[in-house]
Design a protein around this ligand. Structure first.
Ligand code: AHR
Length: 567
């Protein structure tokens, strides 16, 4: 944050006059609160982009996805089978592949999640008809509508395994991020999965197996990203951080590289469990600080649970509906999602106490909204939920947070890709639609590999009633990035009712032209369905720039991308 520049603006804004003395408290993204009198309407809101203050390059892997053998993600979502009437490529849904390519998916995490903690990769290779059937991790999930039924969601047929997943990655131009089973399998199994994927053609039995089967691949997959366990504090082994630190070292010691720069991702904290981070980093550091060179990423999982105004903390009972929500629940979800910023900062601080050069970065490998069951398309889609404009706002808010911390966050994976939690796609049999969250990923793709630069947002706060008391939430927030003379600015207006008119300034540069792509609907509950798949879709517009001055009105509960050409 640039105290000097903001102070200069504050002084300027106050000098313009006190025509409108609205709300005196303005919160800037990054949780900095300032007392500030609002000035005239034209300056009611203001965005300052500080192009001279780079943060870091935005890693395209921030636009990562997550595919778990859970509900309708793999079966019915991605995998329809080679003999299906549904258009497919090697059994993979073609409509999904086509839509994925448009958003540059960067990296895809697989096969879980908790499913990975009970998965044997050997079950998913070779001739499909000979693959074993296994009990899926989620068979006893309390919220499942198909409990006790003999369906692939409960009893895994293994029709989709490593080679099919790698084919999916090739088709969509995504990189694989494979999560290893640390709870049930050993370091040798992990070693052999790496060998299966990466050893050169003809050199090992693993390479020979890879080149046989249903989707043979003579060429190695060259998988770089390897998750060493998942949620090892819970479903992944119920370990202590110290126990996990020892397991992590054992799994990753002396794995052959086959010319591939292996990047290990350690199973990090659930939300704000700083003790997990501290315990792991402290124990790992006992082997010397250099060991952090071997840990590319420290995982972080954070879901927006929408516990609805603190009425209950019960895991299931506390969740609210994906479609039916009032203003308080809308803000409550955003508030939950917005905690991401402080989680990043707090875990980063602890990590730096042990890894002083910050060799290990953050990988937020599960994030998104999580509602109660009831809006899933079909009962087999466990954890399936509808996705509205509220979720689009949450997605934009979260991606903007990652950009503002591009120096710390090198990857993120929204949970999950299709038919599950904050999905980008919904599909059942031959029906398919994108969700509002998909459009945010498409709009924000312009940030990938650009230089994140500091931006400051000053706007009146949104107000609402929470537990019968007045509450508020920030009005405007977002992020900015630069590629040459092209500035991408993404902005969320979180206010469910009020538009925000803002003047946009770029310090040290002249604005030549600008255009917008906006995702906004009259009703924040708006969502796409199979019958109306284009109800929520972005709209493009050219914006008038007069003498380098750019003013834009941001619609309520909207996500906007401005592309600004600088002089
Ligand atoms: O995304 C659903 C589940 O949430 C994942 O399997 C698990 O890692 C997390 O608890």
């Amino acid at each position: 944050m640039t105290t000097l520049k903001r102070r200069a603006f504050i002084g300027g804004a106050m000098a313009v006059g006190a025509a409108v003395l609205a709300k005196p408290i303005v919160t800037l993204p990054g949780s900095v609160t300032k007392n500030l009198m609002q000035s005239s309407r034209a300056l009611e809101s203001r965005i300052d982009v500080l192009v001279g203050e780079p943060i870091a390059t935005i890693n395209p892997d921030i636009y990562g996805h997550f595919v778990e053998h859970l509900g309708g993600v793999v079966y019915d979502g991605i995998w329809v089978g080679e003999n299906s009437k549904i258009p497919n490529t090697n059994g993979i849904r073609t409509a999904l592949v086509d839509a994925m390519r448009r958003i540059k998916p960067s990296v895809i995490r697989y096969p879980g999640g908790c499913f990975a903690d009970s998965y044997n990769w050997r079950d998913g290779i070779g001739e499909r008809s000979k693959r074993p059937r296994r009990t899926n991790f989620w068979v006893d999930a309390p919220e499942s509508a198909v409990r006790g039924q003999n369906v692939p969601q409960n009893y895994e047929p293994n029709h989709f395994g490593t080679n099919e997943f790698m084919r999916f990655c090739q088709l969509t131009n995504g990189q694989a991020y494979l999560a290893a089973n640390l709870r049930g399998l050993g370091a040798q199994d992990f070693y052999e999965w790496v060998e299966y994927c990466n050893s050169p053609a003809g050199t090992t039995t693993g390479a020979d197996m890879r080149a046989s089967g249903e989707v043979p691949s003579r060429e190695p997959f060259k998988v770089q990203y390897w998750g060493v366990g998942n949620e090892t504090w819970g479903c992944g082994g119920n370990l202590t951080p110290e126990e996990y630190a020892a397991e992590f070292r054992r799994f990753t010691a002396a794995v052959p590289r086959y010319g591939v720069p292996l990047k290990y991702i350690a199973s990090g904290s659930n939300g704000e469990d700083l003790n997990w981070t501290r315990g792991f980093f402290a124990r790992t550091r006992e082997k010397g600080e250099g060991i952090f060179n071997n840990i590319y990423g420290w995982g972080l999982h954070h879901y927006a649970w929408n516990l609805s105004q603190g009425k209950t903390t019960d895991w299931l009972a506390g969740k609210r509906d994906a479609l039916q929500f009032d203003a308080a629940e809308y803000y409550e979800l955003l508030r939950e999602g917005d905690r991401m910023e402080s989680l990043i900062n707090r875990h980063w601080t602890v990590m730096g106490e042990y890894d002083r050069q910050h060799r290990t970065k953050l990988v937020v490998d599960e994030w998104g909204a999580w509602y109660k069951p009831g809006t899933e398309i079909v009962p087999t889609h466990q954890f399936g939920q509808q996705s509205t404009m509220r979720d689009a706002v949450l997605a934009g808010l979260t991606l903007d947070t990652f950009h503002r911390h591009a120096d710390k966050v090198v990857m993120s994976n929204v949970a999950q890709l299709i038919n599950c939690l904050q999905a980008l796609f919904l599909a059942h049999e031959d029906k398919f639609t994108v969700t509002p969250t998909y459009h945010v990923f498409e709009m924000y793709a312009a940030h990938q590999a650009a230089q994140a630069v500091r931006a400051e947002f000053i706007a009146p706060r949104a107000t609402y009633t929470r537990n019968d008391k007045p509450a508020d939430f920030w009005g405007l927030a977002g992020s900015a990035s630069l590629k040459g003379k092209q500035l991408t600015l993404t902005v969320i207006n979180a206010d469910i009712n009020q538009p925000r008119e803002a003047e946009i300034n770029v310090s040290g540069a002249r604005i030549n032209s600008a255009n917008t792509r906006e995702l906004a609907e009259q009703d924040v509950h708006a969502h796409n369905t199979f019958d109306n798949p284009r109800l929520v879709a972005p709209k493009d517009a050219q914006v008038a720039v007069t003498n380098g001055r750019l003013v834009h009105r941001f619609a309520p509960a909207s996500v906007t991308r401005l592309q600004i050409t600088l002089g």
